[in-house]
Write a protein that binds this ligand. Structure first.
Ligand SMILES: C[S@@+](CC[C@H](N)C(=O)[O-])C[C@H]1O[C@@H](n2cnc3c(N)ncnc32)[C@H](O)[C@@H]1O
Length: 364
């Protein structure tokens, strides 16, 4: 399976299962109201004096609970703003959209449910320059993704089997790569290794757009056509034998969405991944490689390469801010929270749940 294969597997999974995905795994947004509450608080502060309709767009909406929790909170805080808010829900699974409509109940009247494949389609033209606030939770890490490693100073593309197990490098003999033991255990495995991610949510370096460790300069990311050069530049900062996800499809989608923001518009992205070279190097390569593609109930997911996303966004003239997700919620709501109840809760061994969850904010 290559990057596109992961997209096909996930497409069949989500379109077939709809909201039954929540028996395979939990997401933070689905498990509580804190993230939606933090978004709603900031939304009300920012758009309180808006005279016109305020357009919100959510992507990869699941069963609609993230949207519903947000709207309930906005209505409680500012009924005038609530009345002016229009909410667009985008998902490629019609079962998911039907479930979201049900979850939203009466609130569905201010919503539109739009069939949209973030990996394959362009945003409908009518949204160009119109989106005031876009949000998404755990969508980008499910999109098709390419995986590269440095082997004897050469960039090689890694392939995985149906269950997320490493199966070899394109055009190379896995027996000769030194990674022949990097077989993923698939279902239920999160990132292992003690302490590897321990400092991530602590806040170091995020103020710089998540680029502490200087992975990549923004100019390079502008040329998505030459992925091999981007991968080579990036991997040289990490070293040999680490299989690293390059979420190019996700980066392109986010940058296109950035171009559809209204003046002063914001995108809030919530996802798991890594934010700098140290996050990766803190875990031994073999352990890292075993867990870089993970299976949950037949669905495959990987990490978000946050520095890559930051570099792409900057090269498109967008501003980026990155912080730990827990830190974002605590700062916004002014109280201590914990990030439990996610697909990692049972699987991650030796790392804090919150350490790999990020909030990436993109500003027009
Ligand atoms: C992991 S679930 C997260 C759902 C919800 N945001 C939550 O936090 O509970 C991923 C969601 O993204 C949708 N999705 C996955 N790939 C997609 C794509 N290529 N285009 C649009 N939606 C996609 C799935 O149908 C699902 O609703």
């Amino acid at each position: 399976m290559d990057g596109a294969g992961m997209g096909e597997i996930n497409s069949s999974y989500y379109k077939g299962k709809g909201a039954r995905i929540y028996s395979d795994f939990k997401t933070y947004a689905h498990s509580g109201k804190l993230l939606a509450g933090a978004n709603a608080k900031e939304f009300c502060e920012k758009f309180a004096n808006s005279k016109e309709t305020v357009l919100v767009a959510e992507f990869g909406v699941g069963n609609g609970k993230f949207a519903c929790d947000f709207l309930v909170e906005v209505e409680k805080k500012d009924s005038a703003l609530y009345a002016k808010t229009r909410y667009m829900l985008f998902d490629f699974s019609s079962k998911m959209l039907a479930s979201a409509r049900k979850t939203l109940g009466m609130r569905a009247e201010k919503c539109e449910f739009i069939a949209f494949d973030a990996a394959k389609e362009k945003l409908p033209k009518r949204f160009a320059g119109k989106i005031n606030y876009a949000r998404m939770n755990e969508l980008l890490t499910d999109l098709p993704c390419e995986f590269y490693a440095l082997q004897n100073k050469e960039v090689v593309e890694a392939e995985f089997g149906r269950h997320g197990e490493f199966s070899g490098f394109l055009g190379a003999d896995a027996q000769e790569t030194g990674l022949e033991n990097a077989q993923g255990s698939g279902a239920g495995s999160g990132h292992g290794g003690s302490g590897g991610f321990a400092d991530v949510a602590g806040g170091s370096g995020f103020e710089n757009g998540g680029q502490e460790g200087g992975f990549l300069d923004a100019g390079v990311a502008g040329n998505a056509g030459d992925r091999n050069i981007i991968a080579g530049e990036f991997l040289s900062r990490i070293g040999e034998n680490y299989i690293i996800p390059f979420n190019f499809v996700a980066c392109e989608f986010v940058c296109e969405l950035g171009g559809a923001l209204a003046q002063g518009g914001i995108i809030d992205i919530f996802d798991y991944g890594f934010s700098n070279a140290a996050d990766v190097q803190g875990v031994p390569a073999q352990m890292w490689n075993m867990n870089i593609v993970r299976e949950f109930g037949g669905q495959l997911t990987t990490d978000l390469n946050v520095p890559l996303l930051c570099a792409f966004a900057k090269s498109h003239g967008l501003k980026v801010e990155v912080q730990g997700q827990k830190q974002y919620v605590e700062n916004t709501l002014g109280k201590k929270v914990s990030i439990g109840e996610t697909r990692y809760e049972k699987s991650a061994k030796g790392i804090g749940e919150s350490d790999m969850f990020f909030h990436v904010r993109i500003l027009a």
